[in-house]
Design a binder for this molecule. Structure first.
Ligand code: GLY
Length: 567
């Protein structure tokens, strides 16, 4: 009897599911921009256009990277700057892959307890706002490392359009106006004065950054040294120190971007290449995808109960491992092969069943530093020669430390907050940080940024990434699965509603009003704690997909002002 009832339910479920798939198939696919040869997808139209124009002139994806990154510093000061850092994963036309780490690092004078009060408790503002929160910036070292190894056009030709953009100005969008408005008071507070971005802008107003144009001109003339030992570096250090910071000229002069081996793993017939430590992105993505691989999620359906369960349980286990094991590989030994190996991951999922949620309190190991801020940005580029890159950059918080260097024309990061301020002791969310990510001089802080390239049948297939702090990894994951498992276009995959779990706090965060209440209720009944309040959006994914006919489809996230431009 019980079996007959279950069978009936099962067939009802399947006919409903098939109906919805059929209905989906009847509607026209939503396609992003399609181009024949080359494309840039980034958070701003101006940056995508400048990157695409560089390629149109004959430059390659790496030349375009330099231009796009600097154009974001002009038009997207929320996360683009000269005062931050990032990661790039690349795949050249000949199949060579690699990764560049231009993550910020702790100054020489940094020490483990620098953000603790006399009772030994963390003072979050110290690591989040103002000059003491700044890590030694890596951005300029990053673009010059890329240019030196792979660039084909002279730096002047690449950066001149960016200088022009800074002089000519960019138009404020409505989303941008709101953000400037939200942070105006904090800009005044931190800078003890007004700054370029603290004025009362309307959407459509033009912002010119003449000081940034002049800085870029000096960088064109004097190269990377201008920022790390030259006039710009000296001005920067003076400004940081006069505001209570500890970065010295020695810190700047010692900064080096580092070429790293990316994390590579297979998921069915895909080969995924993603960022290695000091980002947790590639390792966590590998762990989650390998834990999901044995389950037939395409049969369960997109954002359906069993799919959400499997993904959530894999995420719970990967994030539990994240901060315990991961940190700067130059300071901490990381057992990457074990962590992403099938024996370990099979064992990790062995206590999962579909009947009920595994409470995070029962998952051992791993200690994570809570929700990270999400004010990062990502861009993907593919060129006409077949090179592909995936770059995620950050100031950490929105406009970083909020400290603006007016003479240079850029905000400075608050990346020091990505360290565990107090390893081994629960933070304000009841979370525990880890020794692997403790502060030490010249150490790079753990990141979640997950710039990723995917190959299918040994050829380049997708470049993808997103901002979103700890939700970066799970947003990249869902975007890849949306295309591979659920047959979406790149644009549909980027648009689709997202959810996120990170072990602690033990809640599944959903984008509000995007998921069926009946589905959420079913998850609750199985013991999952649902949160539709914390995050209005999860990630702002940008990606490029190679279609079967060889053309490129851009996916520019509708959640932001993101735009694909190409030819
Ligand atoms: N600051 C955000 C990240 O690196 O993940």
């Amino acid at each position: 009897m019980k079996h007959t009832f279950l069978l009936l339910l099962f067939s009802l479920f399947f006919s409903c599911k098939n109906n919805s798939i059929d209905q989906q198939k009847e509607t026209e696919p939503v396609l992003g921009l399609i181009t024949q040869k080359a494309m840039v997808v980034s958070a701003r139209k101006e940056a995508s256009a400048i990157g695409a124009a560089i390629m149109k002139k004959g430059g390659n994806a790496f030349d375009a990277m330099v231009a796009t990154e600097m154009a974001l510093a002009v038009a997207y000061p929320f996360a683009g700057s000269l005062g931050g850092g990032g990661f790039m994963v690349y795949r050249k036309a000949d199949g060579e892959t690699g990764a560049l780490d231009y993550r910020e690092k702790a100054p020489l004078a940094a020490y483990k307890d620098m953000y603790l009060d006399e009772n030994g408790d963390p003072i979050p503002e110290k690591s989040q706002v103002g000059a003491l929160a700044i890590g030694v910036p890596g951005t300029i070292a990053g673009i010059f490392a890329v240019h030196k190894r792979f660039g084909t056009l002279p730096i002047e030709e690449i950066l001149s359009p960016v200088v022009d953009l800074a002089n000519r100005g960019f138009a404020v969008t409505e989303k941008q106006r709101k953000r400037f408005e939200n942070y105006k008071e904090l800009f005044f507070e931190v800078n003890k004065d007004t700054i370029l971005f603290a004025k009362n802008y309307k959407a459509g107003d033009t912002i010119k950054n003449i000081k940034l144009a002049a800085t870029l001109k000096r960088i064109i003339k004097n190269g990377k040294e201008e920022f790390y030992t030259g006039e710009t570096g000296k001005k920067l250090v003076e400004h940081i120190q006069s505001n209570g910071g500890i970065i010295t000229l020695e810190d700047l002069s010692k900064y080096e971007a580092k070429w790293r081996e990316p994390v590579r793993f297979n998921y069915k017939n895909l080969s995924v290449i993603s960022m290695s430590p000091p980002s947790s992105g590639g390792v966590c993505l590998a762990q989650i995808m390998k834990m999901i691989e044995p389950y037939e999620i395409s049969k369960y359906g997109h954002n359906q109960l069993k799919t959400i369960q499997v993904i959530t349980e894999a995420e719970r286990r990967a994030y539990a491992d994240r901060s315990f094991y991961l940190g700067d590989p130059d300071f901490t030994k990381i057992p990457i092969d074990t962590l992403i190996g099938m024996p370990y991951l099979t064992d990790r999922m062995s206590d999962f069943n579909f009947e009920k949620a595994t409470p995070s309190s029962e998952i051992n190991c791993g200690m994570i530093p809570g929700y990270e801020s999400d004010e990062t940005t990502h861009y993907s580029i593919v060129d006409q020669f077949g090179n592909a890159i995936s770059v995620t950059i950050t100031l950490n918080g929105a406009y970083g430390s909020k400290l603006y260097a007016p003479e240079i024309g850029t905000f400075l990061n608050n990346e020091m907050d990505d360290f565990s301020a107090k390893p081994g002791v629960p933070n304000m969310f009841g979370l525990i940080g880890a020794q692997a990510n403790a502060i030490a001089p010249e150490k790079r802080m753990l990141s979640s940024m997950t710039p990723t390239i995917v190959e299918k049948n040994d050829t380049f297939w997708m470049s993808v990434g997103t901002p979103g702090g700890s939700t970066i990894i799970t947003s990249v994951l869902q975007t890849i699965l949306n295309v591979e498992e659920f047959g979406m276009t790149m644009q549909e995959a980027v648009n689709a509603p997202r959810f996120h779990h990170q072990w602690l706090p033990d809640v599944v965060v959903f984008e509000p009003e995007s998921f069926d209440p009946v589905l959420l209720d079913s998850l609750s009944q199985k013991g999952y704690k649902i949160d539709e309040e914390t995050s209005k959006i999860i990630g702002k994914v940008d990606g490029i997909l190679v279609l079967p006919n060889g053309t490129l489809e851009g996916g520019a996230d509708k959640r932001g002002d993101d735009t694909a431009v190409g030819f």
